[in-house]
Design a protein. Sequence first.
Length: 319
Amino acid sequence: MNRKAFSIIIIPDTQTALRHNPHLMEPMAQWIADHARELNVKMVLQLGDIVDSGANDEGQFVTALATMDRMAKANLPFLICPGNHDYDNLLSQDRSLRMFNQYFGPHIYRDQEWFGGLFEEGCAANMYVKLEAEGRKLLALALEFGPRDGVLAWADSVLEAHRDYEVIVITHCFMHIRGERTKSGDGLNPKNYAGSLDANDGEDVWQKSLRKHPNVITVFSGHHVPGNVSYRVDLGEHGNPVFQSFQNWQMTENGGEGRFRVLTFLADDGGLELSVVNPQTGNYEEAPGYRVSLPSLGLKPEPQMSAADWSGFRFPDGD
């Protein structure tokens, strides 16, 4: 079967740019809309910390909504997972998401044909969308910051019920800047916040849930500073390679200037490519680790690399 290439846009932490340079959001949204047809963009995924100040500055949510509304007007499905700065009290007390749900709650998804389902009625912290893209069935699963055990049990049920879908997972904190999953002892671990003491960190999420499902192909996250990119591949219990990627530019000039990733599913061999765009310059950037090429992942086509091949696979050095 001949497939056309297609892309998914992955936007990490916009919090610093949006708070201090909100004018940088419009060029980001415009670049994505302008290049949607050229890149055959099928979906936009935002990795959390879309705002910086929780419920303390509603204007940040207004700007964020206007940014994401540009995606909707370009007919691009989008999905957002909440980061710690998106919670009303920044997780200093609890997991309240009143403001996040006011602006990015289920009401903006429910009537879309690609809407899948929710963990909790009225709350978009944990949800999934699904669509078909050039002959591939894709499911994007968004998980809250430091998913609770109940959320992971729900995620397991979603993944099991959609075994014929290739799954992209987004959650704000999963990978660390040094290329390991977030674990006990790491700074900014979700378990370190008073409002999320019931959290699972990246290593917990992998061990308790994601490694058990053969249809999980990628996991994307942000959150950690000051590095910009890191990656790893691990085999799940079924021998399926799972690509895990960290990206975050919030500590660079102008809060990252709206940089984002372009994840491209290649046309012929099912391989993937990952690149970085700075929408302020309109350029693809070439810093170490910014461009990554992967062999085929997922259910269709079948992976062409053995477990031994993947165990020796290495990526360009990031930060």
